[in-house]
Design a protein around this ligand. Structure first.
Ligand code: GLN
Ligand code: ZN
Length: 771
């Protein structure tokens, strides 16, 4: 026997984004279903072959998906909402994609989509009907197990566990708790497990990441019932209970008491859990130790990991220990060797999915054959760790010095909001119900083409700048013409709200192929934040000043906030995240100061990712919110009272974090509110949010142009909750994904809605004027 290596999941998108292109060709009718299916088979085959070659003993199957593994699970158990008109039998691909993306021709909505735990991966939310029943409607896990077997690979099928599945589901009937369906769901799971077992599967991986959350009695009971039932139904099959993105915490005793053959630990997020597990785990339980970080891109310190693993193997015996990545590798890019343009020094510190499996393979050999068998590999790992620790590329004494000098005063505006408000009013002279937009204007084909030509070197810097300036000028003229109050330059020069800044800051690097699935065929390439962050020169000043030179109305400067810059990057793991965030905040603080000095009187600092940074466990929220808010304030508070600071967030759920939102002390916050019809403003009311708010009245996620009357109605609703002089009028979010044909009439209507509101307000102040 020897220590085995297991993998929890491999990226499904293909090293060259093969899946994306196959899907898009299929959706646009360019290729047939059989072509798509063939691409899927080829990707799975390549993934299995690659993992086999790396010596992975427990290779996952059913980790592949054409869209999303939660959607696959809904299809597996036949949880298909009635609107899709499914009559039973196998679920056709067309129906599958209708659930994923909606179908215009058939007038079908897509299922709701939301973030998978604290990752940037989005899953399709299962929707359960009041009389929901379950039956086996897709044999995908079995088919893919057999597919691998036919190719000569014995795999460990992965299933999303029944309790996590139900906890992610929402019930159409709000009175029902999805967990109430457990008993109906379990027979389908039992059937899948039985079939897998009968075809020869030894192990099945049951993903239950809800175990890293704080669970109530009902959920704990559900886990107990589920695994007791499944163990009884399919005796002999070994289940590996997998939890990741955190430790088991107070669910540990429960997890160790379930009748499963193995338990996986995320020792990257919860390194401290190894000791209690070693004390409490039953002797015969196999431990899958997640020692390689599945959520980040850094090369591991292999010797340090071995120090921890060797005594465990010694104590428990080789056959009771497996080593693994902390979670599925779905969340990291695939192959570092494709990166030909990365700085070689930085590259030597990184590991993507393939390299992470190589690391596991080295660890496996060290444990089974002794360290000497891999001494060169261990030496290389140690050298990379040492080089990174001391590299001048990462450590900038100036940044550290500045960080050490941050004082509490730097995170406070000079005066409280009521005083600032007066100063700003005198300075800006805005009308009641001021109008503005969130920053970006349509990124048209013309704009994208020019940027592409510029990056290929076909357009000179001077010509590209002239082109962008002409766009800014058109946008400013047009905003003046329709009567907006606070103008924007339009963000035409930005490829992406994080990348644009990251490219101009020191401490960030970029990949060519480092794609990670965000949802369906949408992938992102997060920047890699590897070192101390500083700003060599102003980043947005030229554009804001140019726009301001064209008009006497205030132009709003536009920045991406420190928390969002952090949240949407792969972040160095050698400093606490809050320290990294403070560095970014200081760099942005300089940009804010430069903008102010150049006469920009309104500055917006976007923080759309603030909420998603919340830790999975509630008990850790407070700590996170404290530093996140502090970083925003550090970035925003260097300005005079007269300078108006805005922030923007693209959502409306503020109930549970409203105090922190108020603590950010932005003079104005713009939020999403049109889809929820202003209902979610409640949070701002019950808490008596003190500053100004722009509840979005134009849903920019839809091509629809909202009529004036509808916007007025939304604003009247908002006025029930907020004082008139607290309200700003703006869309829900930036307009970059819309077309000018939609944006123009919509903003004209928005300005008209503001005018009507002002007239109403005047009438109610001087009622005799209406006579
Ligand atoms: N200022 C950005 C824009 O308008 C904000 C985008 C966002 O919040 N996601 O595009
Ligand atoms: Zn937004």
């Amino acid at each position: 026997m020897s220590v085995l290596i297991g993998n929890l999941g491999f990226p499904r998108i293909g090293p060259k984004r093969e899946l994306k292109f196959a899907l898009e060709n299929f959706w646009s009718g360019k290729t047939s279903e059989s072509t798509l299916l063939e691409v899927g088979r080829a990707l799975r085959k390549a993934n299995w072959a690659r993992q086999h070659a790396l010596g992975i003993a427990h290779i996952p199957s059913n980790d592949f998906s054409f869209y999303d593994h939660v959607l696959d699970t809904s299809v597996m158990v036949g949880a298909i909402p009635a609107v899709y008109g499914w009559k039973g039998g196998e679920v056709p691909l067309e129906l599958y994609f209708a659930m994923a993306r909606g179908s215009e021709t058939r007038g079908l909505p897509a299922l709701e989509m939301t973030k998978w735990f604290d990752t940037n991966y989005h899953y399709m939310v299962p929707e359960l009907e009041a009389n929901q029943t379950f039956r086996l409607a897709s044999t995908k896990p079995i088919d893919e197990y057999l597919e691998a077997k036919a190719l000569g690979y014995e795999t460990r099928p992965v299933l999303l566990g029944p309790v996590t599945y139900l906890k992610l589901a929402k019930s159409k009937d709000k009175a029902l708790n999805p967990l109430d369906w457990l008993e109906g769901l379990l027979p389908v799971y039992a059937e899948v497990l039985r079939r897998l077992h009968s075809h020869g599967a030894q192990w099945v991986q049951m993903d239950e990441p809800v175990l890293s959350l704080e669970l109530d009695e009902a959920s704990q009971g559900a886990l107990r019932r589920a695994y007791t039932a499944l163990a009884e139904e399919v005796p002999g099959l070994k289940l590996l209970l997998t939890n990741y993105f955190g430790g088991y915490g107070e669910n540990l005793e429960l997890a160790l008491s379930l009748p499963v053959a193995g338990v996986h630990l995320d020792l990257v997020r919860a390194p401290g859990e190894l000791e209690p597990v070693l004390l409490k785990a039953p002797r015969e339980l196999t431990l899958s130790l997640g020692v390689i970080d599945g959520r980040n891109v850094w090369r591991a310190n292999l010797s340090a990991i071995l120090e921890r693993l060797e005594p465990v193997v010694e104590a428990r015996g080789e056959e009771r220990v497996m080593i693994a990545p902390s979670c599925s590798l779905l969340h990291v890019p695939i192959d570092l060797s494709l990166e030909t343009a990365l700085d070689p020094e930085l590259k030597s510190w990184l590991a993507f999915a393939v390299q992470k499996l190589e690391e596991l393979s080295i660890l496996g050999r060290a444990l089974n054959q002794g360290r000497a068998a891999v001494k060169d590999e261990l030496a290389a790992s140690a050298a990379a760790v040492a080089a990174r620790r001391s590299s001048a590329k990462i450590h900038d004494p100036k940044v550290q010095e500045r960080l050490a000098q941050v004082t509490p005063e730097m995170t406070r505006r000079k005066s409280p909001f009521p005083l600032r408000r007066e100063a700003q009013q005198a300075h800006l002279g805005l009308p009641l119900f001021p109008t503005t937009t969130i920053g970006s204007f349509p990124q048209t084909g013309e704009v994208r083409k020019a940027r592409a030509a510029f990056s290929r070197g076909e357009l000179s810097t001077a010509d590209y700048t002239d082109f962008l300036k002409s766009k800014v000028k058109e946008a400013v003229r047009w905003q003046e013409e329709i009567g907006l109050d606070v103008l924007v330059h339009g963000e035409f020069e930005r490829n992406d709200m994080v990348q644009y800044f990251a490219e101009q800051l020191r401490g960030y690097a970029f990949t060519q192929h480092g794609w990670v699935q965000s949802y369906g065929s949408r992938y992102v390439r997060p920047p890699i934040l590897f070192g101390d962050v500083s700003r060599p020169r102003p980043m947005t000043l030229e554009w804001a000043s140019y726009a301001q030179s064209l008009t006497s109305k205030p132009v709003k400067g536009m920045l991406t906030g420190p928390v969002t810059m952090l949240q949407w990057s792969f972040v160095r793991d050698d400093l606490p995240r809050e320290q990294v965030c403070r560095q970014i905040a200081l760099a942005l603080r300089d940009e804010v100061a430069d903008l102010e000095r150049a006469g920009i009187r309104v500055i917006q600092i976007d923080e759309p990712a603030l909420r998603e940074g919340l830790p999975l466990r509630r008990s850790e929220w407070e700590g996170y919110l404290a530093w996140a808010v502090e970083c925003f304030r550090l970035c925003a508070s260097g300005v005079a009272d007269e300078t108006q600071i805005h922030t923007h967030m693209c959502y409306s759920e503020f109930n549970d974090i409203i105090e922190s939102i108020a603590d950010m002390d932005a003079d104005v916050i713009s939020i999403e509110a049109s889809r929820s019809k202003m209902e979610l403003l409640e949070a701002f009311v019950s808490y008596r949010y003190p500053n100004q708010i722009g509840p979005g009245i134009y849903d920019i996620h839809s091509p629809r142009v909202p009529p004036v009357a509808e916007m007025v109605e939304l604003l009247e609703k908002a006025q029930k909750h907020l004082a008139p002089d607290q309200i700003w009028i703006n869309p829900d979010c930036g307009l970059k994904t819309r077309k000018w044909e939609e944006v123009k009439p919509a903003l004209i209507n928005l300005v008209e809605a503001a005018r009507q509101l002002r007239r109403q307000a005047e009438l109610s102040l001087n009622p005799q004027e209406s006579l």
